[in-house]
Ligand binder design. Sequence first.
Ligand SMILES: [Zn+2]
Length: 202
Amino acid sequence: MQNRVAESYTIMSDFVKKLDKSMTVLKIVKMGDPVLSVKSVPVTDFNDDKLQQRISDMVDTMRHYQGVGLVAPQTGLSQQIVVLEVARNTRYPEAESIALDILINPQITAYSEETEAAWEGCLSLPGLRGRITRSTGISYQAFNAAGEPVTETVYGFHARIIQHEIDHLNGILYPQRLDNLLEFGFEDSLPAFQNLDKDSNI
Ligand SMILES: [Zn+2]
């Protein structure tokens, strides 16, 4: 397990080095584009240089736009690739920090019964927020960037991000999960979003 963590860290470090050499910011596809509403295709070839380049470009793009997660379909590629990272994020200033992680072909294997509603945003719906109820904990299985299987159980904001991103891979955007359409709108206009207490994860 430690080796796997170390290997993952090496892979992450390589990404960071690549970032220093050249930044590639991909165009983000917005809601309405059909690529966001279809189930994306699993990755089968982990030795493909194009896959590693795409992951690196997705990390650049997520950081450039200060997202906490990004999926390949949001960059116009219908493949099951997720990148996520939470580090001093101004879009989610109260959130815990989460190290850069790459999930390929992820699947949720268990959901907590306990749920929680919180405000979410999405880089494919710029300026908008919605209050979405999700499980407070999940277990998932996936492959890392080296093609090794991983299983994890995560909670809180981390679990929320992964549920949001895996929804993307199934062609679901967060407005489809709204309980109440009145809890959806522009972040500079929603009174409830302005008055969030400090315990909020957004
Ligand atoms: Zn999103």
